[in-house]
Ligand binder design. Structure first.
Ligand SMILES: [Zn+2]
Length: 277
């Protein structure tokens, strides 16, 4: 059942859980996440990188994602991950996303506000949700998880000036594979959560220790992004295949099932399987 991203995150706020956002790369990863949603009954976000729109993949993958979301009996949303600006956002809206991220987090505060507000104005007209980013979430390969945390006052001012539904915050995570387990700023999450009504988003969820994820959700994180480990689950499963053992379609259902197993474990970790129970 198609929901906006904000509607899903509102469910998370009500039930004190976080909604997982899984990046979808191909048909196999889509089938894996679909099965995880069916098995758990949890609300999930199917998330697509801007890159997939750049390369043309999304043109063909998005109709399949839409079909899956419409077919599910449980709440689901489709979200653009790390949109660069209005052209990318419009493209995603045209293919049916119910939420978009505008990431202008490397720009100075006023420019980030202006770029994000421009997207919020468009999104309001078409009834979809917007995630901005305040404080920059960098790359684990650079050790960026040890960088500057998002300031509480700056986050609340950013939400006030832009009207965004959700904000990605820098609280000790980074994108990609961590060299050592990250340490999250749980107090900072709680501080930002208390200071703003916008939902808080944790990027770089792959590889964060489970106890820290639980503490982050308890402190107010309502969306956790999983990308790197979705890829790992699929590729590791793929490596084990014997190409002559089964027909190709049957063969490729196995790494999709590995993605499902991974997704089910993250859904349970975030408490999203409690939805409706
Ligand atoms: Zn991200």
């Amino acid at each position: 059942m198609k929901y906006t991203v904000k509607e899903l995150l509102d469910l998370g706020e009500d039930g004190k859980f976080a909604v997982p956002a899984f990046n979808i790369y191909n048909f196999g990863s889509l089938m894996g996440i679909r099965k995880a949603a069916l098995e758990t009954g949890a609300p999930v976000i199917f998330q697509v990188y801007t890159r997939l729109f750049d390369t043309g993949t999304a043109k063909f993958l998005m109709p399949a994602i839409l079909e899956v979301v419409n077919d599910l009996k449980t709440p689901a949303a489709i979200h653009l991950d790390h949109g660069r600006g209005v052209p990318e956002v419009l493209r995603a809206v045209r293919y049916g996303t119910t939420g978009v991220m505008i990431d202008a987090s490397t720009l100075p505060f006023e420019e980030n506000v202006a770029a994000t507000k421009a997207v919020v104005d468009i999104a309001k007209e078409v009834g979809i949700s917007v995630e901005g980013e305040i404080g920059h979430v960098g790359a684990a390969s650079n050790g960026d998880e040890c960088g500057n945390y998002t300031e509480v006052d700056m986050a609340s001012e950013f939400v006030r000036q832009t009207g965004v539904d959700a904000i990605a915050v820098m609280v000790g995570t980074a994108h990609g594979k961590y060299k050592k387990a990250p340490v999250l700023a749980i107090d900072r999450i709680a501080g930002i959560h208390a200071a703003t009504k916008a939902h808080l988003v944790l990027h770089g969820g792959s590889g964060v220790p489970e106890d820290q994820i639980r503490a982050a959700v308890q402190a107010g994180i309502r969306k956790v992004n999983y990308a790197t480990d979705v890829c790992c689950a699929f590729i590791e499963g793929y490596k084990k295949l014997d190409p002559y053992s089964e027909p190709f379609d049957v063969l490729l259902s196995h790494p999709a099932d590995d993605v499902k197993e991974y997704a089910v474990s993250r859904i349970r970790l975030l408490g999203a399987d409690r939805y409706g129970k």
